[in-house]
Design a protein around this ligand. Sequence first.
Ligand SMILES: [Zn+2]
Length: 149
Amino acid sequence: MSLALFAPGSEWVIAQSICYATTEQSQGAELEEQEFKAAIVWLIANGKTEEALERLAKHYGVCVPKLKVGLPKGHKARTLGCYDARTKTISVFHGNALKEPLVILHEFYHHARTGIDTKHRGTERYATEFAGKFIRAYQSLVVESLGNN
Ligand SMILES: [Zn+2]
């Protein structure tokens, strides 16, 4: 193959491979984040809630919240979980709620927000959205691995 013919093509290949490299890198980081979220959901659903909280705390650079079964007095009806910023404790209504990723992640969001800014605990909507992202990451990875089979 003559150089004249080869050169334009190879430039294109180089340009493309640089492009691929950057996309792959950002996709890699994104995938890692998705895998992290999926792993957290899996841990909670399998009763390894304390380990999940440890990993979450490390990931978001906050201290590990305490975990307690039994809600404090005066909680609202039909509450599954709550967070006490004073004692840094996530309380859940009963043992089964410890395995509810939505409940644990929702309360962890309040904990993380309080760790960053003591006055701001984040809104309920943001806490639910935060938890939802983890669930979606888990679902999408599960669907993906089923698709690969
Ligand atoms: Zn809340």
